[in-house]
Design a protein around this ligand. Structure first.
Ligand code: FES
Length: 124
């Protein structure tokens, strides 16, 4: 049912944890399954220098959050905003159709963290 990559990221998730002095934090939840995800970003000179996540959710949600931290790290804000829900699933060699909504959580969480960062910097 799951690709090897999904299993690998689920068993050995990258960038788990919290960034205490994060520049942006995105919290998203899926009302259907009740799973929750928080994405933390550090931004320096317009680039995401660090990305971490905390996920209370299913295996696919953990694998997709792990994958999105890898996709987003080192990218500029603009590039990171372009990472789509499909990109996350594609990078994991696909997800079972019933689990596609889990990858939405990861992309939405990253975008929410970037928005938070942008809002904070507007008010400065
Ligand atoms: Fe809820 Fe996967 S079942 S995010």
């Amino acid at each position: 049912m799951y690709s090897k990559k999904v299993m690998e990221h689920f068993s050995n998730p990258r960038n788990v944890g919290e960034i205490e002095d994060a520049d942006g934090v995105g919290e998203v939840g899926n009302p259907v399954c009740g799973d929750m995800m928080t994405i933390y970003i550090k931004v320096d000179d317009g680039k995401l220098t660090d990305v971490k996540f905390k996920t209370f959710g299913c295996g696919a949600a953990i694998a997709t959050s792990s994958m999105i931290t890898e996709l987003a790290k080192g990218k500029t804000i603009e590039e990171a905003l372009e990472i789509s829900r499909d990109d996350v699933a594609d990078s994991l060699d696909g997800l079972p159709p019933i689990k596609m909504h889990c990858s939405n959580l990861a992309a939405d969480g990253l975008h929410a963290a970037i928005e938070d960062y942008q809002n904070k910097n507007k008010s400065k």
